[in-house]
Design a protein around this ligand. Structure first.
Ligand code: SF4
Length: 302
């Protein structure tokens, strides 16, 4: 049975924020149309409408953590896309976090490209000055064709503009790239488009995720009908390899594979310096008979 829950009760966070103080700011996702995403469409047995949590409730939550001495932890402002909320509201929350919790090493949140584009440069600077250190944005693919098919609501050029805007305002940027999102049909578009967008933006960090198709998503039916073909583990690794190989010389991002959906876990603090070894390592995976024979896993809970 699928039930509806209030905004504070589905808290999705990046793995890197596992030990952070999680403060719900928005609930649900203001877009909620991506064809591959089941987060707010019932996958956890619950659905959640988009909502901005009242300011006084968020401040009370921060007071709670302050009273319990949750100092020195990173703080993640939770919710599908907190940057959809008004800037003034977010600035008050971030300042209050910095006031009530001592020595917070990082304040972060998810951000949707369109939300960043709707804010002025001045507003993004206000968020950075208040103490928002980094935003995690789902690029998913740099191919406009794939973004359109998957109903991401943003094309490659808007992703580039949004990414540059965040970085220019002083907010660090971590992008997610979803391996296999173009299926077999658009794998080449996916590689070329994604390498191009990453090169244009040169984000602080980019992180790989592998597409898994969840039962409550529109993509599930297409996959079951045979209209969408999942990539094999080796094909996913090849996409990653080719994205790295096609990056421009300027890209010096950190790269992580910090997700259970991936078939390798290699990382680098600087892809410019480690590009060759990164590709060599991926090649060793790709040519490993054990990986070649690995069945494709499709995780339906993560
Ligand atoms: S992928 Fe992100 S933007 Fe798309 S529906 Fe899911 S939470 Fe919303």
């Amino acid at each position: 049975m699928v039930s509806k829950v209030p905004p504070s009760q589905i808290i999705i966070r990046p793995p890197v924020e596992a030990h952070s103080v999680l403060i719900a700011v928005t609930g649900g996702c203001s877009w909620n149309r991506c064809r591959f995403c089941g987060t707010y469409k019932g996958i956890y047995g619950t659905i959640q409408d988009y909502a901005i949590i009242p300011l006084e409730d968020v401040l009370k939550e921060i007071d709670y953590y302050a009273e319990k001495n949750y100092h020195r932890y990173p703080v993640f402002l939770a919710g599908g896309n907190p940057t959809s909320a008004p800037t003034e509201y977010l600035v008050k929350i971030i300042r209050y976090v910095r006031l009530r919790l001592k020595n917070v090493p990082r304040v972060s949140s998810y951000a949707k490209a369109l939300d960043l584009l709707r804010k002025t440069d001045e507003e993004l600077k206000q968020l950075a000055e208040a103490g928002l250190d980094i935003v995690y944005m789902g690029l998913e693919s740099g191919s406009s064709k794939i973004l359109r098919i998957m109903k991401k609501g943003t094309n490659a050029e808007s992703m580039i503009k949004a990414g540059k805007k965040a970085l220019n305002s002083g907010i660090k940027l971590s992008l997610y790239v979803m391996l296999g999102l173009g299926g077999k049909k658009y794998s080449e578009d996916h590689v070329k488009g994604t390498a191009r967008v990453l090169t244009e933006i040169n984000p602080t960090i980019f992180r790989f995720r592998t597409l898994n198709i969840l039962p409550n998503t529109p993509l599930w039916k297409e996959w079951k009908n045979g209209e969408f073909e999942l990539l094999s583990p080796v094909e996913c690794l090849k996409e990653e390899r080719d994205i790295i190989e096609n990056l421009g010389e300027n890209v010096n991002s950190q790269v992580f594979n910090d997700h259970i959906s991936n078939y390798c876990s290699i990382e680098t603090p600087n892809i410019k310096e480690d590009r060759e070894i990164f590709i060599k390592t991926l090649d060793s995976y790709i040519n490993d008979p054990r990986i070649k024979n690995l069945p494709r896993k499709n995780l339906i809970s993560m």
